[in-house]
Each structure stands twice: as structure tokens, then as C-alpha cells.
Design a protein around this ligand. Structure first.
Ligand SMILES: *Cc1c(COP(=O)(O)O)cnc(C)c1O
Length: 376
């Protein structure tokens, strides 16, 4: 830090230059992100509540109310009216809190958690932090976790099993109904990671398999407003079926206005809660259905174009996520990236992955297909 402060204009200019180095969602070239440009009212709410700290919620009662109401809206959406939860920093923290609650509820000496091979990498961090031994269950030919494998992985040290409703790589939804039965049979916690899918699946036109609190083995669900919820970063969500679970993740905060905290992050953004609340209120189920329908429409447009060019899809898409292979997939991904198309290359599956977020419009998809045809 320099001794003397700089002129406001100079600082702003420098900020603008930095912003220009960033990629911008609205240019429609980011095909690899699960986040998007937030809803305009969410941006406004975010600014209005910039001072708010939910880590000291007694000072920010209005913000705390908005968090509670936003959590209630998420609970209702996932058919768990009355469940408890929080808006947190993201899917990673949400998954962490779920695993913490499961571990502390079970109280076994050498806790283990059964994870699908396709589980999000956040569980690797979490297992390290919480001293949980990860036990990986294989996938079936549809890239869903093999439920027989899950059952075989369970032993008396198992504190939780995890299913994903919308894997980050392929958008696959595990058979949560079957996992729920297994969880009940063995009396273990079932956590559903619906960080991405939780705000897509309820809004799809055709009914999909159940993945939420309607299944009585499901104890907790991760669902992130900062992905398909169109809220600004950071906004994750964690929901617990039983309020009792909160006792297992509680920390006393002797000198703050609230007396206790349940989230991992201490000082945390009330602006995120206000923004999430605003976008839920503004769009309603109807607005989200439209957004999801648009994304699914663009997904099927892209899919047809990709297949017409002779590429093979890894799997029939369930959500607005596409994955395909070429003769030399990695090389193709590099060439696309060199041309400014931001796609992901997934080494484990040797595929190119595209997330069709709301900022990817049909015209961008058409331009992408043109670029792809020139490289094919
Ligand atoms: C994005 C994602 C996460 C992690 O969320 P962050 O907000 O990046 O912490 C966890 N699980 C799944 C399935 C995800 O898609």
C-alpha cells in the first residue's frame, strides 16, 4: 500500500481497466460457468444491503428476516415446508454444514461417508476438514451412482450417504428415491447435493424423478441461489429436514448480538440474502419456469447442431448441461478456447462440457456452432 491516497478518478480508471480484463457473461462466450449475470433487481438489492452483516444479525433484523423468508421459499420449493436452513457462501459451505451435522449426529469413532464417484470435489475438501473417510461408490452405465454399490459401502462407521441432483460435469440426477430407501434401511443420513439442479428440476416442463424432501430419507439439501437462482455471488443454500440438526452445528458467540451462529463463515453478507429474496419475489415460479425453459430450449438447439456435425453426446441431457466427444476432444477444446469460446474439458470423461446458462442466448449458440463447424 502506498503512503498517500490517490485521486478518485485515477482509481476508477484503474478499476475499469481491470474490469476489461474480466470476461463478461453478456458477451455470450462463457459456456463453462454455473454462474451467470444476476437478475437486475437482485443487483439493486445487493447494493442496497451492502452494509449488512448476518454474522451479527441482531443489528440487521430486516436482512435476517429476508434470509429467513428466502430460506422458506427454497424449503417450499423443495417440498419441505418448515425445514430449517441458511443462505451461505456457496455449495461448498452448504455441503460442509450437512456433513458436519451428519457426523455430529452419528457420533462414531472413525466416521465414513459414502460418495458417488461423480460427487462434487468440495467433498474432498470437506472430508479432509472434518476427518471423514470418503468411500467412493461406482457409477452405472448412465453415470448415476450404482445403488447396490452404495449399499455395499455402508458399514457401522458410515455417518452419511450423498446423492447428487444434477452433477456438475454431466447434470445427471442420481436415483435419490432408491438412496432414500437405503438411508432409511440402515439409519444413515442422506444428503442431496442439488447445488445446481435444485433450482432447475422443479421448473422443468416434464416431471422428473423426485429428489427432495418428499423422500423421507432425505435429511439435508444443498441448493445454490448463485447458480440457476440468478443471485449474485456469494449465495449458497443449505436446508435441514429437522431443526434438531441445528444443535449439532451451533457455535456460541458470546459478544455478538445473536448469541449463536450456525454457518461456517462468521461475518457474512446480508446483501446476498436481500438479493436472493428479491430475485425469488420478482420472478416467482412462473419467471423461473420461463428462464429454465429458455435454457432447455437453447440446450436442445445446441445438441442438435453438435450431433449434426458428427460429434457424440456422452449422455442424453437432463438439465441445461451438455457433454460431447470428438476424435481428439482435448485438442478441440483447446482450439475452441483459443478462439475465445470458454468451454470446459473434463479429463475424467474425456469430454467437452457446456453449461447453458441464461446468458447463453440462441444467437450465441448459433455462433458457437459455426465456430465448431469450422474446427470439425
Ligand atoms: C457448484 C457445485 C458445488 C459447489 O458450489 P460452490 O458454490 O462453488 O461452493 C457443489 N456441488 C455441486 C453439484 C455443484 O454444482
Amino acid at each position: 500500500m502506498q503512503e498517500k491516497g490517490e485521486d478518485k478518478k485515477a482509481v476508477l480508471e484503474a478499476l475499469k481497466r481491470a474490469l476489461e480484463e474480466d470476461q463478461c457473461y453478456d458477451e455470450g462466450k462463457i459456456f463453462c460457468s454455473m454462474c451467470t449475470s444476476p437478475d437486475s433487481l437482485a443487483k439493486k438489492a445487493n447494493q442496497m444491503f451492502l452494509n449488512s452483516n448476518l454474522g451479527d444479525s441482531g443489528l440487521f433484523r430486516g436482512s435476517a428476516r429476508l434470509e429467513k423468508e428466502a430460506v422458506n421459499m427454497l424449503s417450499e420449493l423443495l417440498n419441505g415446508a418448515g425445514t430449517a436452513g441458511f443462505l451461505v457462501s456457496g455449495g461448498t459451505e452448504a455441503n460442509l454444514l450437512a456433513m458436519l451435522a451428519a457426523r455430529n449426529t452419528a457420533r462414531v469413532e472413525s466416521p465414513e461417508v459414502v460418495l458417488p464417484e461423480s460427487a462434487h470435489f468440495s467433498f474432498e475438501k470437506i472430508c479432509g476438514l472434518l476427518g471423514l473417510k470418503p468411500v467412493h461408490a461406482k457409477l452405472d452405465s448412465n453415470y448415476k451412482v450404482d445403488c447396490k454399490e452404495v449399499e455395499q459401502c455402508i458399514n457401522r462407521n458410515t455417518v452419511a450417504i450423498v446423492g447428487t441432483a444434477g452433477t456438475s460435469e454431466l447434470g445427471v440426477v442420481d436415483s435419490i428415491g432408491k438412496l432414500s430407501k437405503i438411508a432409511k434401511k440402515y439409519g444413515v443420513w442422506l444428503h442431496v447435493d442439488a447445488a445446481f439442479g435444485g433450482l432447475v428440476l422443479p421448473f422443468l416442463n416434464q416431471p422428473t424423478m423426485e429428489f427432495d424432501f418428499r423422500l423421507d430419507g432425505v435429511q439435508s439439501i444443498t441448493v445454490d441461489p448463485h447458480k440457476m437462482g440468478l443471485a449474485p455471488v456469494p449465495a449458497g443454500g443449505i436446508l435441514f429436514r429437522n431443526t434438531n440438526a441445528l444443535e449439532h452445528i451451533k457455535t456460541h458467540t458470546p459478544y455478538l448480538t445473536n448469541g449463536q451462529q450456525y454457518t461456517f463463515v462468521g461475518t457474512r453478507s446480508g446483501a446476498s440474502a436481500a438479493a436472493t429474496w428479491a430475485v425469488f419475489k420478482r420472478l416467482g415460479r412462473e419467471g423461473f419456469k420461463e428462464t429454465v425453459a429458455d435454457c432447455m430450449h437453447t440446450t436442445s438447439f445446441l445438441r442438435k447442431g453438435i450431433e449434426a456435425l458428427g460429434f457424440k453426446l456422452v449422455i442424453e441431457p437432463t438439465l441445461n448441461i451438455l457433454a460431447f466427444r470428438a476424435v481428439n476432444t482435448k485438442f478441440l477444446a483447446e482450439k475452441l478456447q483459443a478462439r475465445g469460446w470458454f468451454v470446459s474439458y473434463v479429463p475424467r470423461l474425456d469430454c467437452i462440457r457446456i453449461v447453458v446458462m441464461p446468458h447463453v442466448k440462441k444467437r450465441h449458440a448459433a455462433e458457437f456452432l459455426k465456430a465448431l463447424s469450422e474446427l470439425a
